[in-house]
Design a protein around this ligand. Sequence first.
Ligand code: TGC
Ligand code: FAD
Length: 374
Amino acid sequence: MDDESLAIRDVVCRFVGDRIRPEVASWYESGRIPVRELAKELGSIGVLGMHLTGYECAGMSATAYGLACMELEAGDSGLRSLVSVQGSLAMYAIWKHGSEEQKQEWLPRMAAGDAIGCFGLTEPDYGSDPGGMRTRARRDGDDWILTGNKMWITNGSVADVAVVWARTDDGVRGFVVPTDTPGFSAPEITKKLSLRASVTSELVLDEVRLPAGALLPGAQGLSGPLSCLNEARFGIVFGALGAARDCLDATLNYAGQREIFDKPLSAFQLTQAKLADMTLELGKGMLLALHLGKLKDDGSVAPEQISLGKLNNVREAIAIARECRTVLGAAGITLEHPVMRHANNLESVLTYEGTSEVHQLTIGRALTGHAAFR
Ligand code: TGC
Ligand code: FAD
């Protein structure tokens, strides 16, 4: 790891310690998070779109971005989601597939956290199979008219701009939709038991009229949105380990202080076996993340390798969070400790950005040459 990566990791770690840790449990409990304020603060420490170049983005390495995700998710998966969706999905889509005008208009403001983005791919009936999407864009003269519904969209109700994927006569295309366009609305999804410190919304597109310049010119077909998912999935490979590390830290601390049967919980062999096994998985996950970071920085990482990292590290992180909860006993079920909050969050992380099953099938296809999705 180079000095620059370690320096940004330390900046994010301090930000999480000073700004997020004192408040996150109450945000989680209330289901409310000050996204707009946080976006500006995250912009000021340079993490929004930090792995993109130009347009006032920090131009840092993939590994540095991964380490930042790890520190953010040690705070809460909702915070890492905010940064993933902004930088790796909405900004990346515009940076990779957008016109020069779209880049100039949105990227500097999004890097500063003055404009918030969301990414609408999933629909109520098409999550793992986005190719079946029903959202439609049709031409009316030079304009486009968008109609349809997107579901489970992070930051939807607080976004200034939505990158929306829709079916056209030319296949799937992406559109940059200012959220004040007539016909666009984004009702918030409530009653969540996971990622409560994150805004999740439906997007309703009711005959939304957009100028020709709203089309992302560089993306045609499903590879457009899927190329963005690679970026966000990569961040999760590191991020999930941050949540697991935070669980393990809290558990080591608790087990050292809790006395049962006249000695510290950490002095029992069964507890030590759990702590040792969890440390082992955390370390293996970290080596995998750093290896993928090196491949990504060399420009040679394949999507199925990112699938492998996401599958393993989220699966192990959730196993660690659940095991840590057992060590804390009853205390583990409260928000006094971060463990069950992380465990609940990781349920979403297991599902979004490709479920475990989708990643198993992606790896299966790479190994066998047979696509078994349908
Ligand atoms: P398939 O035939 O495999 O592919 C269609 C086209 O896409 C290309 N492609 C990729 N390109 C770049 N990166 C990838 N990872 C790619 N995977 C496939 C492929 O080469 C092909 O290109 P072309 O030029 O030949 O047309 O498509 P399929 O319909 O069989 O679907 C494959 C499958 C199931 C793997 C894919 O649809 C998939 O990944 N499904 C999961 C959907 C998903 O992950 N959604 C996430 C939504 S965003 C989100 O969850 C944000 S959460 C908030 C946060 O991050 O914090
Ligand atoms: P389904 O696709 O209905 O899957 C249900 C079950 O079937 C899963 O276990 C799945 O693995 C399994 N399954 C699916 N296909 C197969 C198969 N071929 N073989 C065997 N089993 C299969 N989406 C966005 O576009 N933008 C966002 O910002 C966003 N944010 C999100 C935030 C949160 C908190 C959550 C929970 C989701 C978010 N999503 C977002 C949506 C997420 O990407 C989808 O939930 C995910 O892709 C899975 O889709 P689904 O929920 O419709 O599940």
